[in-house]
Design a protein around this ligand. Structure first.
Ligand code: FES
Length: 107
């Protein structure tokens, strides 16, 4: 099996941009989004402490449950949605192909 999945990022205009995400490089979704040019500050470096990597999951292929630290941080974001996650706490795996997110951090 190839260790690359496609994650779709919904842009403010509603279009969805596919990005290729390696699943064998131990990258978080936050790091991949940053590397793809999305303006995520990630001031905490991926420690679930800043929420600048806040995303809304529009299509969930079966992500792991958020852990307590992530939920506590999400509780503090002003634009929380029912499907909010911190991208730094999502570690892409092959079965997450088709994951679709909208970036909400820093808005
Ligand atoms: S990068 Fe800071 S919470 Fe995700």
């Amino acid at each position: 099996m190839e260790n690359v999945i496609t994650v779709l990022v919904e842009e403010p205009d509603g279009n969805q941009t596919p990005i290729e995400v390696p699943t064998d490089m131990n990258l978080s979704l936050m790091e991949v989004l940053k590397g793809s040019g999305y303006p995520i500050e990630a001031t905490c470096g991926g420690m679930a402490l800043c929420a600048t990597c806040h995303v809304e999951v529009l299509k969930d292929p079966g992500l792991d449950e958020a852990h307590d630290a992530e939920l506590e941080m999400l509780d503090m974001v002003p634009n929380l949605t029912d499907n909010s996650r911190l991208a730094c706490q999502i570690h892409p795996r092959n079965e997450f192909d088709g994951l679709t997110v909208r970036i909400l951090g820093d808005h």
